[in-house]
Design a protein around this ligand. Sequence first.
Ligand code: NAD
Ligand code: GLY
Length: 365
Amino acid sequence: MKNVLISLGQRSYNIAIGSGILDRAGALLAELPLGKKALLVTNPAVGDLYAARVENSLAQAGFRVFRAQIPDGEQYKSLQSAATLYDRAFAAGLDRSCPVVALGGGVVGDLGGFAAATYMRGVPLVQIPTTLLAQVDSSVGGKVAVNHPRGKNIIGAFYQPVLVLSDTETLRTLAGREVRSGLAEVIKYGVIRDGRFFGWLEKNIGKVLALDPEALAHVVETSCRVKAAVVEEDETEQGTRAILNLGHTVGHAVESLTYYTDCNHGEAVAMGMATATRLAVQLGLCQAGEEKRVNELLHKAGLPLQIPGKLDPHEMIKAMARDKKAYGGEITFILPKTVGEVIIKNNISETDIVKAVQACQGQNL
Ligand code: NAD
Ligand code: GLY
């Protein structure tokens, strides 16, 4: 088992990574000062596969577990679902010492995390992420949220878990497209902070796609280390943490203008990374050879680079300005200088953005 510590003073916590960790959940939770009732939040798909193992392990460690299943899907990351969880927690008699255990992908993690942050003004949160995206990104760093009908993740908080348990074996049952979606965030970590990791991915992407256990553990551990370092520097996104949004400025615009149907999050982020890198080359901040490396790795990971031609670049700019990451309509881009280093930049002209978007609509690897 590998361990990554996130050092945030009193809010510090461990991420345990490895194969078969689900069966050790009880023993690992028992090391923490937690009440002995737990609310296990999951969905039917993940629940059928993995909830019994977690429940048995927790029961063996003396926890009484109450399962709350929310239907599968982004639309259930809502205030209504959170209300269901509060009802269940209250009926089960959970007090402020009792943990919410979120078992699932980013939807379950964000929703369970939001309920934990708000029930009785905050109860301990344990994340057990079961998608690659959740293991490398959403379970780590403390962003929890539900959606509002007008926008994604509009109602939320920064609320760190007390423990994250990433069982890489659970990724074996994940659809290939979901694995590739998570890989977009993994590649992002290489580009923003870790050129050596990027080089490792260039050589080993085949093993990762084949779900080789050692390769997966290395990917999850290294991604968590990069994210941990950024979050430790800037927990509440006053500055540096924004680099985690590489590819998201354009990615969110693609997702919202296609109504979250044409592509998944990782695919949109891949298009966004390709566009940000194109823009950086255009502005003379990055060498064309670095762009080639980024695009080739995204392509090898089975991710799309081409923005759908039906999207109007000017409409995309409007969507970028509406995004909650834009302040006063000011669009921020994260731009690679080299593989392993990015800068945060605003004041980019609309002409430059349109040119980069159009280049990515035309490109084909
Ligand atoms: P998801 O939670 O919808 O999971 C994808 C699908 O995989 C679902 O159908 C789920 O039931 C299924 N699934 C999960 N684990 C499985 C397994 N081991 N085997 C088989 N099927 C499994 O999607 P996601 O990509 O994990 O997360 C997306 C969400 O994460 C979005 O709501 C996004 O806003 C959020 N997010 C949050 C952060 C953050 O920092 N909090 C960061 C990135 C994304
Ligand atoms: N997923 C971006 C962040 O955690 O800041």
